[in-house]
Design a protein around this ligand. Structure first.
Ligand SMILES: Cc1cc2nc3c(=O)[nH]c(=O)nc-3n(C[C@H](O)[C@H](O)[C@H](O)COP(=O)(O)O)c2cc1C
Length: 344
């Protein structure tokens, strides 16, 4: 580890540093939630209602925190959420994030609205685990083209967003965010429109098109999760888009038990939103998630230190998950007893 400022700061400080180094509209674009930000606040607060019920007098000299999520092996159960336009946060953009993911053995969910193409990422980091996130474009041929490109480039999972069913901005107008000059989308010249007629048929169509696992993102209800699985989904990503769409939606951790009850034995459930600490990872896994994805903490790491910052954030989660597992008497992260957590 270098002796740079990035290395000496704790990742918990990165948001404050990001606010200092980024132009205000870019910081606001990352930090804000929709409208009054209630969903974003609730996502984080939901984790604070749980505490770890640590078990002792267990031999924890050998601890395994690796896992397999929807068929992809990772060194620890913290994945990087899809975030578009990463060159707005740092000139390294998605390459910086990929460097951190590769260094730590995480998994990168590349956004279709990326500023670095999946082919360029895969060429530079051939060993990296990655999935691609899709928007519900109203042009199925264009979607098919992206899925075929992803297959050819070595992608191991398709993450279609299923909750972007109205034309809402993810950033409140007061933030003043605009795409920075010179930043270009890597996967398309101009984006197709969105299809607001989504049903299970969308998942069925996709499952016929590709043998890659389909992991819909944006589900919070057990009944919807079950419909998606019955239509061919091989994983569920519980998400309210980091509180960037509906401003008063159920928090994702509160949604987790219902989704796990509906589909948890059939497919892997991933929870996305509000994960800010290694203990949050243990809490989510004890409540039935296979892994979590992390958005803003990674974006702040990227903004502060490019690839080095992302590596620090992910390594902080990885080390913390291992240490906390040991302190909780856990030897295998895939095997957390439900009584590991207590609701306050
Ligand atoms: C700056 C930013 C950009 C995002 N862009 C996308 C995107 O292009 N596609 C997508 O599916 N989700 C996007 N998201 C949502 C994230 O994938 C994820 O759901 C959310 O950040 C998780 O919440 P957290 O930030 O509290 O970890 C974005 C989030 C942020 C903060």
């Amino acid at each position: 580890m270098s002796d740079s400022l990035v290395a000496r700061l704790s990742p918990t400080d990165y948001e404050q540093v990001a606010q200092l180094v980024l132009p205000a509209p870019i910081y606001g674009w990352i930090a804000s939630g929709a409208d009054d930000g209630q969903s974003l606040t609730d996502n984080v607060a939901a984790f604070r209602r749980w505490r770890l019920n640590a078990k002792v007098l267990v031999d924890v000299r050998n601890v395994d925190i690796s896992t397999t999520v929807c068929g992809t092996k990772v060194d620890f159960p913290v994945l990087v959420a899809p975030m578009g336009i990463q060159k707005a946060a740092h000139p390294e953009g998605e390459m910086g994030t990929a460097a951190g993911v590769t260094a730590t053995g995480s998994l990168f969910v590349e956004a279709i609205n990326a500023t670095t193409s999946m082919e360029d990422l895969a060429a530079k980091y051939p060993g990296m685990a990655w999935w691609i996130q899709l928007y519900n474009w109203d042009d199925r041929k264009a979607l098919e083209g992206i899925i075929k490109r992803a297959e050819a480039a070595g992608c191991s999972g398709i993450v279609p967003l299923v909750n972007t069913t109205a034309d809402v901005s993810h950033t409140p107008a007061r933030v003043g965010y605009r795409l920075p000059a010179g930043v270009k989308f890597a996967h398309f010249e101009s984006s197709p429109g969105l299809d607001f007629g989504l049903t299970e048929e969308y998942i069925e169509w996709m499952a016929k098109l590709t043998s890659l696992p389909i992991i819909p993102k944006g589900i919070v209800r057990g009944d919807d999760a079950l419909r998606a699985v019955n239509a061919g989904a091989r994983g569920i990503m519980i998400s309210n888009h980091g509180g960037r769409q509906l401003s008063h939606e159920v928090s994702t951790l509160d949604a987790l038990p219902g989704v796990v009850a509906a589909v948890g034995k059939k497919v892997d459930v991933i929870v996305d939103g509000g994960v800010r600490h290694p203990s949050d990872v243990l809490i989510a896994l004890a409540l039935g998630a296979k892994a979590v994805t992390v958005g803003r903490p990674v974006a702040y790491g990227l903004a502060v230190g490019g690839g080095e910052g992302v590596t620090r954030v992910l390594d902080w989660f990885k080390t913390g998950v291992r240490d906390e597992a040991m302190l909780c008497g856990i030897t295998n992260i895939n095997d957390l007893p439900p009584d590991l957590v207590v609701r306050m």
